[in-house]
Design a protein around this ligand. Structure first.
Ligand code: FRU
Length: 348
């Protein structure tokens, strides 16, 4: 087989990134400082913003010119539902597979404190629009040919997400070898985000994904006091050759890949004004960086055997390590930048 260089060799095979998760509306109140209970104060600003982790990550991916699609349940009732649909369209984010249900969207009331940049989220699931495994299966019937990356938000329960991931893994198992005609691999990179500490049995999805993001809150809940210790302590739950990532706010982020731990600092000397969706921005930054590299993590061993040209003097693992380090640095940079602006517009 002809030798190929990563970066340009997979260029023509880059397809959409699909983010699966919740879609909601954020009612954002900017306050001088976080209010005292039972007080009465005037806000500084108030606006609506499309929210939900998958939806926010799509917003950022689209700003970074990564073709993306958001999949979740979209309520079709009421002004808020139409506003969400219009906003997706305005941002050029595909939603053609979203399940339209005659429900009202979930909403979050958010208070952003100007004094600290903190965001306090009060989420109301309203009609609880969450995609089930059966609905997911009915949409794709196990065919993910149109995607090069699928990112799952493990929300309320891992059960649904675990079965959805199984569908993608089954597809990958069928397509992990290069297709005869043009050497193209059809397998999809699979990532999962575990954000909520209350999520039971996250291990059930951690060992299936190529890339696993765990939040600072989850890491703390598991007894870790910093990102490096968290990725080193939790890597045993991941499958071989997976990348485990933990972002830790202004302390930066760490990643574990094989037997190597990588770190990146947070963006320094910034004035934090809005941290809402900073984690989702981090995820999008990391995904976009690897996606732009044509990362095909599904089966590193078979790729290694596939005679891909490597930079002189570097082992396969060194090349991967530097790609992951770049992605980690970029994700920290982008998340930091996001904290300096309200919303996402202006992120590039
Ligand atoms: C930010 C976010 C908000 C949403 C909330 C849901 O990460 O996705 O947009 O209101 O979390 O938990």
């Amino acid at each position: 087989m002809a030798s190929r260089r990563r970066g340009d060799s997979f260029e023509s095979h880059k397809k959409k990134v699909l983010c699966v998760g919740n879609i909601c509306l954020d009612f954002v109140n900017v306050a001088r400082e976080y209010p005292e209970e039972d007080s009465d104060q005037r806000g500084l600003d108030y606006y609506w913003q499309r929210g939900g982790n998958a939806s926010n990550s799509c917003t950022v991916l689209s700003l970074l010119s990564v073709p993306c699609e958001c999949l979740g349940v979209m309520g079709s009732h009421g002004t808020e539902a139409s506003w969400i649909q219009e906003d997706f369209a305005k941002c050029g984010i595909e939603t053609s597979h979203c399940l339209m249900k005659p429900v009202q969207p979930s909403v979050s009331t958010v208070v952003i404190s100007q004094a600290t940049g903190s965001r306090t989220i009060f989420h109301y699931p309203r009609d609880r629009p969450e995609l089930t495994y059966n609905e997911f299966h009915q949409i794709f019937h196990g065919d993910f040919t149109h995607y090069s990356w699928i990112h799952f938000e493990a929300g309320r329960s891992v059960d649904y997400v675990s079965h959805m991931i199984d569908d993608v893994v089954a597809f990958n198992n069928k397509h992990s070898l290069p297709q005869a005609s043009d050497g193209q691999r059809l397998s999809v990179v699979l990532s999962v985000e575990i954000e909520k500490p209350e999520l039971k049995n996250p291990e059930l999805v951690m060992d299936k994904a190529d890339i696993v993001f765990i939040s600072k809150d989850v890491a703390k809940c598991k007894g870790f006091s910093e990102a490096v210790k968290a990725v080193e302590g939790l890597y045993r739950f991941c499958k071989n050759d997976a990348v485990l990532i933990c972002a830790w706010g202004d302390s930066g982020a760490a990643a574990r890949y094989r037997d190597i731990t990588l770190t990146a600092p947070a963006l320094a000397d910034i004035k934090v004004v809005d941290t809402l969706g900073a984690g989702d921005t981090f995820v999008a930054g990391f995904v976009s960086s690897l996606w732009k590299h044509g990362w095909t993590a599904t089966d590193r061993a078979s790729r290694d055997a596939d005679n891909i040209t490597r930079d002189a003097d570097s082992s396969g693992s060194d090349v991967d390590t530097s790609i992951i380090t770049n992605a980690l640095q970029y994700a920290c940079h982008l998340a930091g930048l996001k904290c300096t602006i309200y919303g996402y517009q202006g992120l590039k």
